[in-house]
Design a protein around this ligand. Structure first.
Ligand SMILES: Nc1ncnc2c1ncn2[C@@H]1O[C@H](COP(=O)(O)OP(=O)(O)OP(=O)(O)O)[C@@H](O)[C@H]1O
Length: 420
């Protein structure tokens, strides 16, 4: 039987192969481009019902990608509608940075780490020069090609940030990579959110495990503060005015060296500049690329010499958690939004309080002395500093509620941009 009989032909051009996975917008499958003979990855995006009109999120992704041509950005080869779905055809990439980080058979030298970070920052610098934020930076969105080149993928959530008044949806970042200003609910954010995420990825390359694994937004902030110290007013003057600002107990920063014992002084210096609390003081991607870390020895490994994992496994996200909670700073005050709507409760004492389902940010934060629930036991806010732990927990990603909220929001913004 011929290959054509075995495979479904799509749009008279692509021979469909196996499914590679499913992301926020739909299924991704492997295919052969019969025109060029090349292997490609096709992202099938579900279009809304006809009466809802065109899916603007998808259109935005196409438009952005077509404009973003760079060696460190995934190339969009083709886009076409087929059976009510939109198909985006990308160059096929062998693996991704998450698979590299998790592969225990791979040793990452300081020069390898430098190379991965440099390619990540180069891709971001290109986006930022075009006034585009990536906004969903995480290791599995950094794809790696057969020659070791790293390319930023998944611009589904990226959007142009030219207008200073534009309000963005902020709950779109995978939590572990979210900048503190997003966690405090800022409505206007800039390229600094990508720098923070890149810093988390840098840290993950050094530690070989996700650095700050928050189990809720509040816990995420707790882990950030446990790592870098609770920010003082002088460090981040605007923090107090952010919509979801919550006061945390003051904890001092442990020495950065104690968190990254294997890192060079240059690596630590760059890391601390990328992890700057105040987004207006945070180093830019371009400045980061010019940092001496990249020009001092060892120089970044040539991409084609970088170690690569065995072909992708299905079981990468099996969800076994080795989350190891430790103590972290206490929240002194509930979020402003919550304070407004919460009636006084009996048994409310000191800084201990219980919230029922009020909003997503606090629904899984319960801290009531004496009360023991399974959630309560896992509430601590801490950094898991253990290095080379067994198996990282599954990654939080956008859930379906977030997704439909996001879709609604983006569609609305697209239809009424002038009202923002
Ligand atoms: N160009 C590509 N080449 C090879 N595999 C790809 C390509 N693009 C995506 N994939 C794979 O397809 C799967 C789904 O990818 P997709 O980008 O849709 O979502 P994701 O990154 O897994 O999650 P999210 O949408 O939350 O970011 C992943 O396993 C990804 O590695």
């Amino acid at each position: 039987m011929s290959e054509v009989d075995l495979s479904k032909k799509v749009a008279n051009r692509y021979l469909k192969r196996e499914v590679l996975g499913e992301g926020t917008y739909g299924v991704v499958y492997k295919a052969i481009d019969t025109k060029t003979g090349m292997t490609v990855a096709i992202k099938k995006i579900r279009l809304g019902k006809q009466k809802e009109g065109v899916n603007f999120t998808a259109l935005r992704e196409i438009k952005l990608l077509k404009e973003l041509k760079d060696p460190n950005i995934i190339e969009l080869i083709d886009a076409f509608p087929h059976k009510g779905n939109l198909h985006l055809v990308f160059e096929f990439m062998e693996t991704d940075l998450e698979a590299v980080i998790r592969d225990r058979n791979i040793f990452l030298s300081p020069a390898d780490i430098k190379s991965f970070l440099q390619m990540t920052l180069k891709g971001l610098a290109f986006c930022h020069r075009k006034w585009v934020l990536h906004r969903d930076m995480k290791p599995n969105n950094l794809l790696i090609g057969s020659k070791g080149q790293l390319k930023l993928a998944d611009f589904g959530l990226a959007r142009i940030f030219g207008s200073p008044d534009r309000k963005f949806t902020h709950q779109v970042f995978a939590r572990w990579y979210r900048a503190p200003e997003l966690l405090f609910g800022t409505k206007q954010y800039g390229p600094g959110v990508d720098v923070w995420a890149a810093a988390c990825i840098f840290a993950e390359l050094l530690l070989r495990r996700p650095f700050l694994q928050g189990s809720s937004d509040i816990d995420q902030l707790g882990k950030i503060f446990a790592a870098f110290g609770t920010p003082k007013h002088s460090q981040w003057p605007d923090m107090l005015y952010l919509p979801d600002y919550v006061e945390y107990q003051y904890v001092p920063a442990p020495p950065l060296r104690s968190l990254f014992p294997m890192a060079s002084d240059d690596a630590l210096d760059l890391l601390s500049k990328m992890f700057t609390y105040d987004p207006t003081a945070r180093i830019s991607v371009q400045q980061a690329l010019e940092h001496r870390y990249f020009s001092s020895a060892p120089l970044p490994t040539d991409p084609h010499k970088l170690p690569r994992p065995a072909p992708k496994k299905e079981s990468l996200n099996s969800g076994i958690s080795d989350f190891n909670p430790q103590e972290g700073p206490t929240v002194f005050s509930p979020p402003k939004k919550t304070r407004r709507v919460m009636p006084e409760r009996d048994g409310f004492e000191g800084n201990a309080y219980q919230f029922d389902k009020i909003d997503d940010r606090v629904s899984d934060f319960r801290q009531v002395p004496g009360e023991s629930t399974s959630r309560n036991e896992n509430v601590p806010m801490s950094v898991d500093f253990s290095i080379f732990g067994s198996r990282p927990p599954s990654r939080p990603t956008i859930n379906s509620a977030d997704r439909s909220h996001l879709k609604r929001k983006l569609d609305l913004e697209f239809q009424h941009p002038e009202q923002e």
